[in-house]
Write a protein that binds this ligand. Structure first.
Ligand code: NAP
Ligand code: MG
Length: 501
């Protein structure tokens, strides 16, 4: 571990468990065993606050991946897994939720360090939200139902549908919500009775390794959850096209998601794709401006803007245009940019050199395109990947900073005059993950909800998520849903059964 990382940990009341975990040689969890990569190759985990080494972990090859998928399949077909009673599965999941809750501080510290997430949000949103998701799905196994249907064939028949788990799930998650996205996949898949092999992003694999220890401690059968750490470019294609994978659940970029979807469909595997976004916020002149400002804090400036549903393009009705710009930029100027483990930090660094360079590039593109830089726009400090929250005004829909997903703390604002124009501008984008409308006129807000093409539309808020509500995009933002009964359904298949009496 680099000395700067050690000081980062020691100066911020880090728990002994966190240091203990980070000083162990980290391994993958396959078939109930802790293993190194067959090739012995390893990947370095970095602290984005200093671009300095934390530790290393295995870089899997196809041999390791195949072992994990075969183990998941064996467990799926085993009597032990198949005959587990629904309430037993619920108990196991609740036990795991309790363990995650008990270890929440350690998990938040590991995640904040590895991903550069501000610790307060990491604890209250990433980890606490994950416990909620585990508890929500823990309630499902005993409530999965088929139906008895009144067939019209002469004679005595009982005809029904039975819901069965699809099989082995291959799950791939990104680096912006590493723990959270992993739990979204894990909880629904296990509740449905599937087994899974999960690959975290290579920039953020540490919290997944810690989680696997909790899965082991909770007493899940070997092979039910298998953690493979490694590079998507090396094992990703193979994972999603492996013949024993029945369902691919992917969260990541639209570019890779489209490739994943195409490959998985070669085996007719079920696929869910949760992809990129460029979500509009539409602000009418009768909006509560304080709510608009609060919404930008919880979306485009939360997690340094690395939020798939970030409200990163804003349309403001002309009468309150300058007032909204002023309110948002003065709030962003008061944000504290700092070390991820410091409790008073509002915004930590972005994840990596390439992400940092990308965002800086977009900020200069915005200036070249003629947008007005209202606040931010600079990097912060010499170490790590810190960027000021940045607000551009006087944008238009032809600009790249309005059309493309920047995935950083950059907001592009522009004015509009009429409701019709606002809806046209909001829909004029390849993505359709989410949107929000701010108005005190509920009839108007409802008209907008019906016309905006997005998987989630919030009114007078942005980026609220709950385990009982499905989350997923329209258009180039994806296919299928995570969370809610809709997600569970995607891990099930329907069998029709006839009984001639
Ligand atoms: P990414 O580059 O697509 O990577 C996502 C995951 O895919 C990583 O685990 C990556 O592994 C893996 N991967 C890379 N190449 C692969 C391949 N050929 N086959 C299979 N898997 C492969 O995305 P990212 O940059 O990590 O994440 C940011 C994106 O995720 C943004 O576009 C964001 O909007 C989206 N996102 C969407 C949601 C949602 O719910 N809609 C939520 C969060 C994020 P490596 O890390 O090893 O490269
Ligand atoms: Mg890292």
């Amino acid at each position: 571990m680099d000395s700067k990382v050690l000081s980062h940990l020691q100066d911020n009341n880090t728990q002994p468990q966190t240091l203990d975990f980070l000083s162990q040689p980290l391994q993958m969890y396959v078939d109930g065993q802790w293993i190194n990569a067959h090739s012995n190759e390893r990947i370095t985990a970095y602290d984005p606050c200093f671009n300095a080494e934390i530790t290393t972990f295995p870089s899997a090859s196809s041999i390791d991946l195949d072992k994990a998928i075969c183990a998941a399949r064996r467990t799926f077909d085993s009597k032990e897994w198949r005959d587990m009673l629904p309430l037993q599965r619920e108990t196991l999941m609740h036990k795991l939720a309790g363990l995650v809750e008990q270890h929440a501080d350690t998990l938040a510290q590991i995640e904040a360090l590895d991903a550069g997430k501000a610790i307060a949000g990491c604890r209250d949103v990433d980890i606490a939200g994950s416990v909620d998701v585990l508890r929500y799905f823990a309630g499902w196994p005993s409530k999965i139902e088929g139906a008895v249907r009144p067939v019209s064939i002469p004679g005595e028949h009982v005809a029904m549908t039975v819901k069965e788990p699809v099989g082995v799930v291959g799950a791939i998650v990104p680096w912006n919500w590493p723990f959270n996205m992993m739990i979204w996949k894990f909880a629904a898949a296990i509740a449905a009775g599937c087994t899974l092999v999960l690959k975290p992003a290579q920039q953020t694999s540490l919290s997944a390794i810690y989680f696997a220890k909790l899965v082991e401690q909770a007493g899940f059968p070997a092979g039910a959850f298998n953690l493979i750490t490694g590079k998507g470019s090396v094992i990703g294609n193979e994972m999603v096209s492996h013949p024993l994978i029945s369902k691919v659940s992917f969260t990541g970029s639209t570019e890779i998601g489209k490739q994943v979807g195409a490959m998985a469909s070669q085996n007719l595997a079920h696929v869910t794709l949760e992809l990129g976004g460029k979500s509009p916020m539409v602000v009418f002149e009768d909006a509560d401006i304080e709510r608009v400002v609060a919404a930008t804090q919880q979306s485009v400036f939360f997690n340094s803007g690395q939020v798939c549903s970030a409200g990163s393009r804003m349309y403001v009705q002309r009468k309150i245009y300058e007032e909204v710009i002023e309110a948002i930029s003065s709030k962003t100027q008061a944000m504290k940019i700092g070390l991820s483990l410091d409790d008073s930090t509002d915004m930590g660094p972005v994840i990596s050199t390439s992400q940092y360079a990308n965002i800086i590039d977009y900020i200069s593109i915005g200036q070249r395109e003629g947008a007005r830089l209202v606040s931010g726009g600079q990097t912060v400090g010499d170490d790590g990947f810190f960027i000021q929250p940045t607000v551009f005004a006087d944008c238009n829909n032809t600009m790249r900073i309005v059309r493309e997903e920047i995935f950083g703390p950059v907001l592009a604002i522009q004015p509009f005059d009429t409701e019709e124009e606002a809806i046209q501008l909001a829909n004029d984008n390849e993505y359709g993950l989410a949107a929000s409308v701010f108005s005190s006129d509920t009839s108007r807000a409802w008209r907008c909800v019906k016309q905006i093409k997005a998987g989630t539309v919030w009114i007078n808020t942005h980026d609220m998520v709950d385990p009982c509500l499905p989350f997923g995009g329209f258009k180039n933002s994806g296919l299928g849903k995570d969370l809610g009964p809709e997600q569970l359904e995607q891990f099930l298949q329907t069998k029709t059964v006839w009984l001639e009496v």
